[in-house]
Design a protein around this ligand. Structure first.
Ligand code: 5AD
Length: 350
């Protein structure tokens, strides 16, 4: 069966066998990639039209107790200047974003022990109360089921926790021993069963990744059926174990993004900052390959550079307003406008 036939069958069935995904990922050509992107783009246009949702990202804290081998925020990176926003700072960022028309706030935090459940819970309540017409998405990492339930009860709608890799041995090659894929999956299952619109995702091009391991990511995604998925290239970060490892391929990242869109026609697939960092037209290419959400950054400009997951993380504009203007101008050039609602899904409950 040709790769084009495999992609068509993926569109019809929503999944392929592990050997088929592996074969596709090991042998695809530029033509196969273009074919998948065109199909993914048509699917996204059919689902979302020419409107993009803009989710405003606020990076709350870069203090981290974890030591993931790929991440510039890892605890052992002593060169990094650490910061933590106050609840008032965050509410100001939300207000600024709301004035600009943003109706989803992504509250993102490294695994900061000082940013405990009580602080998080209080913050969510206050954002919920202050912005009743907006969706709240959280990315606070691995926490207990009880904590996730509190966040949900406080009014959070979405939760993003990348699985990073669905292969346990690969997961162990990317993380210190006390982090396990089993716990990541436990978190994802808890989040989904609590009722969050749950997101998983992975980097493309991490050390030790293989076509088989990427195939397992796609099988996991097809099975877990998340409401959102984030896919971005691995980009090396100085002061980490993987300094000097090559960056992931932009083309392969886009191919993975398109395959995810074909598997999950109605999922939210954000354009990640990592793809924008890896290629000057990364945002546009991601939208043309099936993405439907953009992520303007609302973090105060003075702290933005300190959320350095990898080297050279780009941000647009001097502040949130200028960043959003530049972003939407660029999206207008490829035929998109900004949606004004929070992205309520008229979709099946996941
Ligand atoms: N390159 C790309 N993405 C990274 N992340 C962390 N470090 C890197 C890197 N070096 C991503 C991880 C994590 C998210 C917060 O950022 O996938 O889940």
């Amino acid at each position: 069966m040709s790769n084009i036939d495999l992609i068509d069958r993926l569109a019809a069935d929503g999944v392929l066998a592990e050997e088929e995904f592996t074969e596709l990922l090991a042998t695809y050509t530029a033509a196969d990639r273009d074919y998948a992107a065109a199909l993914a783009y048509r699917i996204a246009r059919g689902q979302f039209g020419t409107q993009l949702h803009a989710w405003g990202v606020i990076d709350l804290t870069n203090h981290c107790s974890k030591d993931c081998f790929y991440c510039g925020l890892c605890r052992s990176n002593e060169a990094l200047e650490r910061y933590r926003l106050s609840t008032e700072d965050v509410l100001r960022c939300c207000a600024e974003g709301h004035d600009l028309g943003i109706r989803t706030f992504v509250l993102q935090a490294a695994e900061d022990p000082e940013f405990g459940d009580d602080v998080a819970d209080d913050l969510i309540w206050r954002v919920r109360k202050g912005f009743p017409d907006s969706a709240i998405a959280l990315s606070f990492g691995e926490r207990s089921r009880a904590a996730y339930q509190r966040y949900f009860d406080a009014g959070a709608d979405r939760y993003l926790l990348r699985h990073e890799t669905a292969d346990a041995e690969h997961f162990a090659q990317l993380h210190p021993r006390r982090s396990t894929l089993a716990n990541r999956i436990r978190c994802l299952e808890d989040l989904k069963s609590i009722g969050f619109e749950t997101g998983c995702g992975m980097m493309v091009g991490t050390p030790y990744q293989t076509p088989l391991r990427l195939a397992r990511d796609l099988l996991f995604i097809a099975d877990f059926d998340p409401a959102l998925v984030t896919v971005g290239p691995f980009l090396p970060s100085s002061s980490t174990k993987f300094t000097g490892s090559p960056a992931g391929s932009v083309e392969k990242t886009l191919f993975m993004l398109s395959l995810v869109r074909i598997i999950l026609p109605d999922a939210d697939l954000p354009v990640m900052t990592s793809i924008a960092t890896a290629h000057p037209r990364g945002r546009e290419m991601a939208v043309m390959a099936g993405a439907n959400v953009v992520l303007p950054n609302l973090t105060p400009p003075a702290d933005r550079a300190k959320y350095s997951l990898y080297d050279g993380r780009v941000t647009l504009g001097r502040d949130a307003a200028e960043g959003l203007t530049i972003l939407m101008k660029r999206m207008a050039a490829i035929g998109y406008t900004l949606a004004s609602d929070r992205g309520e899904r008229q979709r099946r409950k996941r």
